[in-house]
Design a protein around this ligand. Structure first.
Ligand SMILES: Cc1ncc(COP(=O)(O)O)c(C=O)c1O
Length: 380
């Protein structure tokens, strides 16, 4: 039986590609169609597709001219790609603490970490909750939104990813929409868009940020005189196969987000009377897109492991803990020296992160009932 997450035109578009072949470089193809629809959905001028949501962050930093000697402010409580992308750009990640209630970057902490070398702030919209980008923008530095986990989350009606100077999304398998691996950068700035596109496409000077508008034709490709690389770049492009699949997923984005919200809200509701499970708090005007339903297990009488064991024993498919803080990973431990993030340290070992992609209400109801029962068991 096909997964509920593959419920639209995926097969139809892949067949179109099989029958029609791969388009030439000057034709929009499925990547062009996907980019145009993504830009429209998020209300921005440019969307540039990528092979993954780590390369997107690297390209966004490169487009801002960030390199060796520069600092970028990031949170430590997230998947490590945010830190790695800063290192890929040759810059230094500087850690701002997260807020104890929202789990996303604290504006106060970010402000304290600014030095003359700071060139950008890269907050993460963790677990689907938009980071406080409007407030961070007031600090006067470019903001790159890592929105890998946040599709259609919003602040005062403005979509996460489209608030900062550049927004980055991931289509990795666990995300709201997927093609296995993929990513997207969005921006309204034509120069940043051009730089992002060139960087993702080997530094080709003729490539346009807008789909189907590249000045590449057969004569140009054939001529031995043609100059290709006006800039330095990587090949970070998304394949047509992934784009065909992602386009079909994008058409159902509203449905996937609604499903995640329904699951997230059901878990939040189930824990609503419990004083020791603190749900991720949405500030006024902020809409959570619930990539996961996240709680801080804030009690001395049951450990993360014991709560987890009790959930599994009761028949749940379990939950996840948070990633180690980036600077506590062995390869990144040298970044820990001046990190000073007490809230992130506190939350990391206590995070309960429940899945929000159940395919049916029956499955969800079963998980929510187990969650309720286990809370009741430990409650005093
Ligand atoms: C917050 C965050 N940033 C970046 C990434 C990197 O995306 P990708 O796996 O597509 O490289 C992910 C997830 O995978 C993520 O969760």
């Amino acid at each position: 039986m096909r997964s509920w997450r593959v419920c639209g035109n995926e097969e139809k578009y892949l067949k179109e590609l099989l029958n029609g072949g791969f388009p030439g470089k000057s034709e929009p193809g499925f990547t062009g169609r996907l980019e145009a629809e993504f830009a429209e959905k998020f209300g921005v001028k440019f969307a540039i597709s990528f092979a993954n949501g780590t390369a997107t962050l690297h390209a966004a930093l490169h487009a801002l001219g960030i390199g060796p000697g520069d600092e970028v402010i990031v949170p430590p409580l997230t998947m490590s790609s945010t830190t790695l992308a800063v290192l890929h750009a040759g810059a230094k990640p500087v850690y701002a603490d997260v807020d104890r209630e929202t789990f996303v970057m604290s504006v106060e902490s970010a402000k304290k970490k600014i030095t003359p070398r700071t060139k950008a702030i890269m907050p993460v919209s963790l677990y689907g909750l938009p980071a406080p980008v409007p407030e961070l923008k007031k600090l006067g530095l470019p903001v790159v939104e890592d929105s890998a986990q946040c599709f259609l989350g919003s602040i005062d009606g403005k979509l996460a990813g489209a608030i900062g100077d550049l927004g980055s999304f991931s289509f990795q398998n666990s995300k709201h929409i997927t093609c296995g691996e993929g990513g997207m950068v969005i921006t309204d700035d034509p120069e940043l868009a051009a730089a992002v596109r060139r960087f993702s496409s080997l530094g080709y000077g003729q490539i346009s940020p807008e789909p189907g508008k590249s000045k590449i034709d057969k004569n140009m490709i054939a001529s031995p005189e043609t100059i290709r690389h006006t800039h330095y770049g990587f090949n970070f492009r998304m394949s047509e196969l992934c784009a065909a699949f992602t386009l079909a997923q994008l058409e159902n984005l509203d449905k996937f987000v609604a499903m995640r919200k329904m699951c997230g809200e059901a878990f939040f509701e189930a824990a609503s009377g419990c004083s020791w499970l603190q749900p991720q708090k949405s500030p006024a005007g902020t809409v959570n897109s619930f990539w996961a339903a996240a709680f801080c297990l804030d009690t001395g009488f049951v450990s993360w492991e014991d709560f987890h064991k009790a959930m599994i024993a009761a028949g749940s498919d379990g939950y996840y803990g948070a990633w180690r803080l980036a600077y506590h990973e062995p390869a990144l431990a040298y970044l820990a020296a001046d990190a000073d993030c007490p809230n992130a340290e506190y939350l990391q070992s206590r995070m309960v992160q429940l899945k929000t992609h159940y395919g049916s209400e029956e499955e969800l109801d079963k998980e929510v009932a187990i969650f309720r029962q286990v809370i009741k068991h430990f409650d005093r």
